[in-house]
Design a protein around this ligand. Sequence first.
Ligand SMILES: C[S@@+](CC[C@H](N)C(=O)[O-])C[C@H]1O[C@@H](n2cnc3c(N)ncnc32)[C@H](O)[C@@H]1O
Length: 432
Amino acid sequence: MGAEARAIAARAIAGVLRGASLSERLPALEERVAPRDRALLRELCHGSCRYAVRLEYWLGQLLARPLKTREYEVRALLLSGLYQLEYLRVPPHAAISESVEAARLLGKPWAVGLVNAVLRNFQRRRDALLVSAGRIDAVRHACPGWLLGRLRRAWPEQADKVLDAWLQRPAMTLRVNRRRSDIESARARLAAAGIEARPVAGAPDALRLERAAPVERLPGFAEGELSVQDTGAQFAAALLAPRDGQRVLDVCAAPGGKSGHLLERADIELTALDVDAARLARVAENLDRLGLTARLELADASLAEGAWYRCDYDRILVDAPCSATGVIQRHADIKLLRRDSDIEKLAEQQARILRNVWPRLRAGGMLLYVSCSVLPEENAEQMTRFLAEHPDAEVVPIALDGAFAAGVGSQLLPGCGPWDGFFHTLLRRRPA
Ligand SMILES: C[S@@+](CC[C@H](N)C(=O)[O-])C[C@H]1O[C@@H](n2cnc3c(N)ncnc32)[C@H](O)[C@@H]1O
C-alpha cells in the first residue's frame, strides 16, 4: 500500500526537476491515486521540493556514482524516500519497501537495488549527514545559494525568519465574501463543521484556519461565501479602495483572487485582463461562484492594444508576474523552478506592463503595484525606476501593521506575520 502514491509523487517531482510546476501537474496526477493516498501524495511532492536542496546534498553523499541526468524519476523517488525517512512519521521500513516497489511501478527494475541501498545507507549514516548538512548555509536552510544570497542582501535582519518560514507548511486563510456573509457567521458555520478559524488583525475579511481543510469541506464555499486567499493578498483591495461607480482595471487578474475581492467591496465596473486563456477561464469560474461580474479580456498588458486600452480608469491594479519568492511556503517548487537569471527578465516584464498601463490611469486616479516577491529588483527598485521616468506619478504612503519599509513601498515578509510575502506601492497620477 502506498507504492503507487510514491511512484506518482516521483512523476510529479520529476516534472519539477524538468521545469514544470506542481500546480500544473499535480491535480491530474492526484486523480490517479486512491482518495486515501492523496494527502500522502501531496505531502511527498511539496515536502520533497521544500527540502530538495538538503536532500540533493545527502543524495550526492550517498551515491557511489552520480545518476544520469535523464533519470529524473529515479532521482525524484530517491529524494522523496529521503524526505520520508527524515521528515515524515512513516515507519522507515515502509518508506524503504514502498519506495523500492515504486521503482518497479515506474518501470525501472534496475533501480530497485539502488533505491534500497541508498535509503538504508542514509539510515546508517544519518547522524553524520545531519551534522555535515548543518555546515553549509544553503544546505542548512534548504534554499538555493543564489536565492539565499539575494535574500540575505535584501533583508539581512529578517532573512533567517523567512528561511525558517520557507521550511514550514503553509497556513490556510479564507476570505469571507461580505456580500454574502460576515466574519462571525462564517466562523460559526466553520466551527459547527469542526473547523477552527480565527480573524486576522488588520485584515477585516480574513479567517485563518488552525488546520488546512479541503474546500469541499468548507461550509459556504460552493455558495460563494468563502474564497481561499492568503492574508497578504487581501490587502490589495483595501489599499486600492475603489468607490462605488468607479471604473477599475485589474491587469494581471488570473485566477481572479483580487478581482473577486475588489468586486465584493464596492459596486465597480471592473475590467479583468490576463494574457493566459486557461487562467482567464478560472477568473470566470471564480467570479461565477461568488456571484460577481466583470468584463474579462484576453490581452497582453504590455501592449497598447485591445478594447481595454481604449478606456481610462479611476483605479488600476498591477499584480505583476514575478518570481513568486514571497509565496514559496505555499509553492515549494519555486525553490527548484526559479533561476537567478529569471529575476532580471521578470523585472523587465513588470516594467513594460507598468509603462504601458500608466497612461490609462485618469489624472487623480490611483494605481497599486503588487508583487508576491521579496526581492528589491522586482519591488522597491522597480518603483524607484518607474518614478524617475514618470514625473506625473506620486507615492501615496501605505500603513500596514507588521510590514517593513522598502524604499517607496511596503514589504510583508513570510515568517514575520500571518502572511506570505507581498510588496505594495500605491501611486497617484497628478493632474496635468
Ligand atoms: C501574480 S498572478 C496574478 C494573481 C491574481 N491577481 C489574483 O489575485 O488571483 C500574475 C498573472 O499575470 C498574468 N500575466 C503575465 N504576463 C502578463 C501580461 N503581459 N499581460 C497580462 N497578464 C499577464 C499571468 O498569466 C498571471 O495570471
